[in-house]
Design a binder for this molecule. Structure first.
Ligand SMILES: Cc1ncc(COP(=O)(O)O)c(C=O)c1O
Length: 403
């Protein structure tokens, strides 16, 4: 038996942190009476089990010779065509789209393609820890940019970049989640999107646009993505790469997403895929292709929205009814999260233990900041996973701990 294995770990493995969010999910899972606003989980009620069971059986029977064979690293041609149609981008060439094993996989390959250890990636603060961890696993140093109610503040982005360039730091890209951001639920309006693009162009930096929640809009009008905006209004198809996911509209266990961007980015990303995942799951791609082609996806998204919208409304109403003065929260137009801020005196890291004892869970805000910049008076609440009744009861319990 070799006992010395941990001493052989690479520097990156040794420095890897445990995910606090995964640890929390373990603490809350299966506890009777626990109401959890902690995870970022879709509701299992939305999983289209019967339709998928039927499609998987048909695909294996009818296309088994092909889908049980090794597949293309950049993804299945048939599936790519269906996605282009669904996303209304028929003009996209095959080398401008890559199928990924969930969007995390695309985010990782994007970072792998650009980042050497010590290089800087500029992101929103607070940001999504899953992506930040994937980037840190490539050796990226994450630098957060302050947000206002419309997301990353352009002046702060310019200041941060000027400072980093002034110090000759190697900055590689800007990472943004412009819609229903995780963790804050905030959305960049059109003007904000234009300004972020202008600054990226000024500093000649690519943008990685993460868009896993775009289809889950409950109020307001759809806004053009940074990716489309850069291609059309700025005539710059190389500036933005977009990562999208089927996790929140079909099921995260399917591990399916895609990236669209310039061949100069996607080409090396596919090379990384060849060496690691080899290809996304071939059967899942064809099943999802049929799900979309048969028109199930549009109907399915409508169903998810009609389940989540009342849950969002219930959480907003419960916060309004129960929270004392000095507490504020975002009103997300879509997605899965509400971000709560306390005027002062409330330390959400400390509150967490007391909340768990009262059988209600959230994620303390400090967990969403790139290292060392965390604030302790904020929390993220998820509203997609709990029923309307649980939401009312859970917010009452939380408010009882604050008053
Ligand atoms: C902003 C953001 N990006 C990426 C992901 C990862 O999605 P996927 O399951 O497609 O890897 C999530 C999942 O919660 C997310 O919130």
């Amino acid at each position: 038996m070799i006992n010395k294995i941990p001493t052989l770990y690479s520097k990156t493995t040794s420095s890897m942190k445990h995910s606090f969010i995964r640890q929390i999910l373990k603490v809350t899972k299966g506890v009777p009476g626990m109401i959890s606003f902690a995870g970022g989980l879709p509701s299992p009620e939305t999983f289209p089990k019967d339709l998928l069971a039927d499609l998987f059986a048909r695909v294996i029977r009818e296309e088994g010779d092909e889908v049980l064979q090794y597949g293309a690293s950049d993804g299945d041609r048939v599936f790519k065509e269906i996605i282009k149609d669904f996303e209304e981008v028929p003009y996209l060439s095959d080398d401008e789209i890559m199928i990924t094993v969930g969007s995390t996989n695309g985010i990782y390959y994007f970072t792998r393609t650009l980042v050497d250890p010590g290089d800087v990636v500029v992101c929103e603060a607070p940001g999504f820890p899953g992506s930040l961890a994937a980037m840190e696993a490539c050796g990226a140093r994450m630098i957060g940019v302050e947000m206002d109610e419309l997301g990353m503040i352009p002046e702060q982005l310019r200041k941060t970049l000027s400072d980093l360039f002034g110090r000759r730091r190697s900055v590689k890209f800007i990472y943004v989640i412009p819609e229903f951001q995780n963790p804050t639920g905030k959305t960049m309006d059109l003007d904000r999107r234009r300004r972020i693009i202008e600054i990226a162009k000024e500093f000649d930096l690519p943008i990685l646009e993460d868009q896993p929640y775009r289809e889950l809009r409950y109020t307001g009008e759809r806004i053009i993505t940074l990716w489309e905006l850069a291609r059309t209004e700025f005539d710059d198809p190389k500036l933005v790469t977009i990562a999208k996911s089927f996790s929140k509209i079909l099921g995260p266990g399917l591990r399916l997403g895609f990236a669209a961007g310039p061949p100069e980015m996607l080409g090396p990303m596919v090379k990384w895929a060849q060496k690691t995942t080899v290809s996304p799951d071939c059967a899942t791609q064809r099943v999802t292709a049929r799900f979309i082609a048969k028109g199930f996806m549009r109907e399915h998204i409508k169903k998810i929205i009609s389940l989540y919208r009342p849950r969002r409304d219930a959480m907003l109403e419960a916060l309004h009814q129960n929270m004392p003065g000095g507490v504020s929260w975002t009103v997300p137009e879509g997605g899965m999260f509400i971000w709560v801020s306390f005027d002062g005196g409330v330390d959400t890291d400390a509150l967490f233990e007391r909340a768990i004892a009262q059988k209600v869970a959230f994620i303390p805000g400090s967990k969403f900041y790139p290292e060392g910049t965390g604030k302790t008076n904020e929390m993220r609440l998820n509203f997609s996973y709990s029923s309307v009744d649980q939401i009312h009861e859970g917010i009452k319990r939380l408010a009882g701990l604050i008053i």
